[in-house]
Design a protein around this ligand. Sequence first.
Ligand code: SAM
Length: 281
Amino acid sequence: MDSMNQPKPVAGGSQSYLLTNTAIRAQEERRLRFQAEALFPLELTHLRQTGLRDQLRILELGCGTGEFLAQILDVFPGSQLWGMDRNERLLEKARERLPKGTWLFGDLHDEHTLETLFATFEPDFILIRYVLQHMSGEDARSVLRSVRRLKPRSCRVIAIDACDSELRFEPPSPALDSLSRKKIELQKSRGGDRTIGSRLATLFSEAGFEQIQQHRVVFDTTRIGWSAFEAVFLPIFLSALGESPSTEDLLLKQAAERWFETERDQPGALAAFSTYHVDGI
Ligand SMILES: C[S@@+](CC[C@H](N)C(=O)[O-])C[C@H]1O[C@@H](n2cnc3c(N)ncnc32)[C@H](O)[C@@H]1O
């Protein structure tokens, strides 16, 4: 597996979520932790429905800092956990966070890496969470096709991803609507797609998966609370403004933050983030 520790140039790699700025990466590492802690309890219900349980060999492709696998280990302490990611800095955090896991450098576009990884670890479950949104739909289909072809026969693959065209703010917030549109456009310009969630089932089908199941999982302020929603999702929308925002952008940021201050805990007020869990074999 030594060859996996060396960066390789990979065709089709997008520029989305490279996190080259150290301060931004540190903020994002904290956000990933809040995100896993706040969302996992609701995601677990669906993961159990797909057959996730204790004593399995679980591989996460695009594991980041390993926070999601850490949540899984808390509930299923007999799991064997492997994670793979193209960002060596995030993998360093994963190694500190969960020394019990095996953390490997690699890119999902690299079939040789996937083949070696699957043959060595023989996973029962493969998780791909908030990763495919950093690729075009075409690249996501091609990655899923490789995973389907190379994985062990009985291994189930679960992809979890966002669909930002289904965000909801009640009462409406023009500032948050504008920020989320900016974020969708920015990610698209870097080769990603923040609306991929609702198309995952189609992509699974086109990649040859069978026994496909889809669940829409909505994280709203009534389910995860206002503080968690603000800590997990507001930084995503604000990141649309980049490192040197214009005066107009700063006004947008203030208006978005004011919306949360004014509306939190008000009767009838709601913020909702929509995701899809799709699994197949
Ligand atoms: C939003 S983070 C999610 C991390 C983790 N899955 C979680 O749910 O906490 C997206 C991760 O996908 C990784 N990633 C994106 N494209 C990738 C690729 N082509 N190959 C491997 N990792 C990739 C990024 O480096 C990053 O760690």
